[in-house]
Design a protein around this ligand. Structure first.
Ligand SMILES: [Zn+2]
Length: 397
């Protein structure tokens, strides 16, 4: 609304031309009456729309003119006509989609709330709060904790904007209503870029080392492996809530893994016996000694009812015989390369072959009852320089 102070120069008077809605309404002498009329209409409308910022229609204007001889005017008629025609509008913020106004909002912050309402279809409130906070402070993105996600960019791919406007007070939408209108008007496309930090395992590595104190073929775990931890930063792109891309863009190890260390023996297997013999079974008892039996000589000892059927090399040596024999059945002979030989007979199965180097205590087969045998047992002999000896002079139960 435009008014000029009334200038009362000699012989001149000020009149006021009134325009509304693109039309000339008429002229009045007293501009204050027009202002009073507008103020009264405004006050009346404000009773109904207390939340809105009301003002006369922007097409309403009053232009002062200096005239020498004012013509007679119909001021009262003009005021009545204006009273009927003058609209009271709300100052608004128009929401436009592809250049067309699709809703009227109260103000700029209602427009921002509408956009947020729209984005809530694609991101969580927490994510949006963080995103808005980041934009507001301009401090850049905060460092994420493991398990956290944050938005790094939002792009609404449709042309949505807002502009200052005027609207009928009853057409003003709430942000929720405007967002609904927006989502109903078109398939809005929103892409969101996010960062995510996750804690992940770091698999331990296995390192093999040679160990000269272990025999070839033997191995030992010197150090147990333990997985470590790392934090991995992912970059993700979501379009309309659907994940299009997820890529690791960085990682930091927080707990170093502990490597597993395995020692592999390099020591040559001893092929020469110690001269000391160990019990060739696991438990069991002597069911028959060396000596006369059933009118014959029993050439060794019998061991029966062991805890486990494994048969063990009584001393270091080299397998001289491994195979079937009428009397002995499956049997093994070890040459201890120090004048001694040991015989293991009636085995159910043999685990070694001729030429194998065996260390003392190595399993060479399974106790059985093959050959000339009554019941499961081990027949065990010791020979020294070709002479059959009593094993009980060398070993005991
Ligand atoms: Zn026997």
């Amino acid at each position: 609304m435009h008014t000029n102070p009334a200038a009362a120069e000699d012989g001149f008077e000020t009149i006021y031309h009134i325009y509304n809605d693109g039309n000339y309404v008429g002229a009045v002498n007293e501009g204050e009456k027009v202002e009073e009329l507008a103020a009264a209409k405004l006050a009346l409308a404000e009773e109904d729309f207390t939340e809105l910022d009301l003002e006369p229609d922007e097409s309403f204007s009053m232009i002062a003119e200096q005239v020498f001889e004012p013509s007679e005017n119909n001021e009262q008629e003009v005021l009545e006509k204006l009273d009927q025609e003058l609209d009271i509008k709300a100052a608004s913020f128009a929401l436009t989609l592809d250049g067309e106004v699709i809703a009227q909002l109260k103000d700029r912050s209602a427009y921002d709330a509408t956009i947020r309402e729209l984005l809530l279809a694609y991101a969580s409130p927490e994510e949006l709060d963080q995103w808005e906070e980041n934009k507001r402070t301009g401090n850049g993105l905060p460092e994420l904790e493991a398990g956290q996600t944050q938005i790094t960019a939002i792009n609404i791919e449709d042309s949505i904007s807002g502009t200052r406007d005027q609207a009928d007070p009853e057409t003003i939408s709430t942000p929720e209503e405007a967002a609904e209108i927006l989502l109903a008007a078109k398939d809005i496309t929103v892409s969101v870029e996010k960062q995510q930090k996750e804690e992940e395992n770091v698999k331990f590595e296995t390192v093999e080392k040679e160990d000269k104190n272990l025999f070839i073929g033997e191995s030992e775990v010197e150090q147990k492996g333990k997985d470590g931890e790392k934090q991995v930063l992912y970059k993700m792109i979501e379009k309309d809530g659907e994940q299009l891309e997820r890529e690791a863009v960085g990682e930091a190890v927080t707990v170093e893994p502990v490597e597993k260390i395995v020692l592999n023996g390099t020591k040559e297997l001893p092929s020469i016996g110690t001269g000391e013999f160990v019990w060739p079974a696991q438990g069991g008892y002597i069911s028959s000694k060396k000596g006369p039996r059933w009118g014959k000589q029993h050439q060794g000892i019998d061991i029966a009812q062991p805890d486990d059927f494994a048969i063990l090399a009584s001393d270091h040596g080299v397998v001289k015989t491994a195979g079937m024999h009428n009397t002995f059945g499956n049997h093994v002979i070890i040459d201890h390369n120090n004048g001694f030989e040991t015989i293991y007979a009636h085995l159910d199965s043999i685990d070694v072959k001729v030429g194998d180097k065996l260390t003392q205590g190595t399993k060479l087969g399974v106790m059985g009852t093959t050959g000339r045998s009554t019941g499961i047992h081990l027949h065990f002999e010791i020979h020294e320089n070709g002479v059959n000896k009593d094993p009980l002079n060398y070993i005991s139960e």
